[in-house]
Design a binder for this molecule. Sequence first.
Ligand code: FES
Length: 160
Amino acid sequence: MSGALTAGLAGLVTLPGLRFLAARRPRAAAGDDDAIRVADRDELKAERPLRVNVYGQRRDAWTRFDHARLGSAWLVRTPEGRVRAFSTVCPHLGCGVDWNEKTEKFHCPCHGSAFGLDGRCLRGPAPRGLDELDVQATGGEIRVRYLRFKTGTRTKEPIG
Ligand code: FES
């Protein structure tokens, strides 16, 4: 009887503390679960990547931002007409990857990694190719489901 009472009291004391800790943990951006409109399909030309910013809802335990910049993506139209999206974050240490018109490759200015139009890593030290994002291209709109990934790992591991 006293054991059950002790366990019940311990639960009463512990539960609010656990709730408080859970609320303090930053939540993933609300936009992470939704595909966010980033461009019209006719803005994207073949063989010429288009950099877009991704805005969505981000919140922590106390504040909600309805139009926060979640990150950026490179949109690519393949020769077959398919749309692909890659995170602009270099998978080596997280610098922003740029498109170079002359070499027709993505380059990272920090340590020289290079990536093909298909996101493949052509030159390290990046341990993997660019992180591909889920993309929807229907009805003239391009939508991206933005996620962030761990850097410095050979495998693509979402954060958040
Ligand atoms: Fe891109 Fe190092 S951060 S190569």
